[in-house]
Design a protein around this ligand. Structure first.
Ligand SMILES: *Cc1c(COP(=O)(O)O)cnc(C)c1O
Length: 387
């Protein structure tokens, strides 16, 4: 049986995969089973921050692999403590809870918000406002948080207590906040799965104003926007605001499963002994790799992210067959005149891997993609968009 046939036989049919078996790579170049080379602008969905088989990350991981691969959270280990310290120092957040995925990081954020409200206002203040067209994960609770009915229908009943607000609708947000017993407002600064749509600054300011006025927690889902992706270490830095809770995952682990929920001053001590936990959370290997990732996201790298972003936007926004280009940093959505699938397939045939967000072509290159590879790839995309 071929790999593709075997996958169809034995793996749950949840993914419509591209007909490519990826075998290995080096930075932003990846190779399939037949030896065909691709420039990878998908990065495993914003996960491979420094591309594939990155040497520095590999060294950090393999060094830890030779010491201890897992200890459980019954004992102290150095890599997760170091990572938490670095994350707090770089963000101004106060404490970190580690998990293994974006959905889990969001579950922790939701629990923290409810726990905070229970202490301060009573447990009837359990409502969390999220945005329509958002994406927060696949567990029953994070699906409930996800403001898209298509994800809900087959799995009812979902967790109670979520209210949905149209993104960028300040009036609706104010009504929801004032007419319900709300403990948190949860949002992506740039809706990734929803079509790479940045929130308007005015709306973000409204979220933070209302939250301050009503003592409601702001919960930023930075699972995709975090870790340098949008040109700052975390996207909240682009907006000049400070969330009470920040969840992140994807690019933090550079490919190893790792989620983190960063807790600000108000919520740093909401969890007591035994109130939350994760067997794998804070795994020393994943954390050792993540320390090397975060330490490399410095001003020079971030400037490069912004430069590359400008290059992509400026090259594509007036290109033939392109209706619009949205996004921030190296998180970019292209609305094309052609069906996005046709553009994606053209790119794949011509050695460039890009993915989809809703009806758009989505680019999420590694943050350190060399300019010459990026230029080559953008030329292919440009051709693919032409009618
Ligand atoms: C990918 C993503 C998630 C879910 O992360 P998993 O690791 O798949 O659980 C949650 N929120 C956002 C914004 C994401 O992009």
């Amino acid at each position: 049986m071929s790999i593709i046939e075997k996958d169809k036989e034995y793996i749950a049919s949840t993914y419509a995969r591209f007909p490519v078996v990826l075998e290995k790579g080096n930075g932003s170049l990846v190779y399939d089973k037949n030896g065909k080379e691709y420039i990878d602008l998908s990065s495993g969905i914003a996960v491979n921050t420094f591309g594939v088989a990155d040497k520095e990350w590999q060294n950090a991981v393999t060094e830890q692999l030779g010491k201890i691969q897992h200890a459980s959270n019954l004992y102290y280990t150095e890599p997760c403590v170091n990572l938490a310290g670095i994350l707090c120092q770089r963000t101004g957040m106060k404490k970190v809870f580690f998990s293994n995925s974006g959905a889990e990081a969001n579950e922790c954020a939701i629990k923290a918000a409810r726990r905070y409200a229970e202490d301060k206002k009573g447990n009837e203040y359990n409502k969390i406002i999220t945005l329509k067209n958002s994406f927060h994960g696949r567990t029953i609770t994070t699906l409930a948080a996800t403001g898209q009915e298509v994800f809900h229908n087959d799995f009812l009943p979902l967790t109670d207590g979520f209210l949905y607000c149209e993104a960028n609708n300040c009036e609706q947000l104010e009504n929801l906040v004032k007419n319900n017993k709300v403990c948190g407002i949860m949002f992506e600064f740039v809706q990734g799965e929803g079509g790479v749509l940045p929130l308007q600054k005015e709306f973000v300011n409204k979220i933070f104003c209302l939250a301050k006025e009503m003592d409601i927690l702001t919960i930023a889902d930075e699972v995709q926007t975090g870790n340098g992706r949008t040109g700052e270490l975390y996207c909240f830095m682009n907006y000049g605001v400070k969330p009470d809770i920040v969840s992140t995952a994807k690019g933090l682990g550079n490919g190893l499963p790792l989620g983190a929920t960063l807790l600000g001053e108000k919520v740093k001590d909401v969890f007591g002994f035994g109130s939350h936990g994760s067997t794998f959370g804070g795994n020393p290997i994943a954390c050792a790799g993540a320390v090397s990732v975060i330490n490399r996201i410095d001003q020079e790298l971030l400037n490069g992210v912004k430069e590359k972003s400008d290059y992509i936007m400026n090259t594509l926004k007036n290109a033939k067959g392109v209706k619009s280009v949205t996004g921030m940093g190296l998180m970019i959505g292209i609305e094309t005149e052609k069906n996005a699938n046709d553009v994606i397939n053209y790119c794949m045939e011509n050695g460039v891997l890009v993915i989809k967000a809703k009806t758009k072509v989505r680019l999420l290159p590694a943050l350190n993609i060399p300019f010459d590879l990026l230029k080559k790839a953008v030329e292919v995309i440009k051709k693919g968009c032409e009618i």
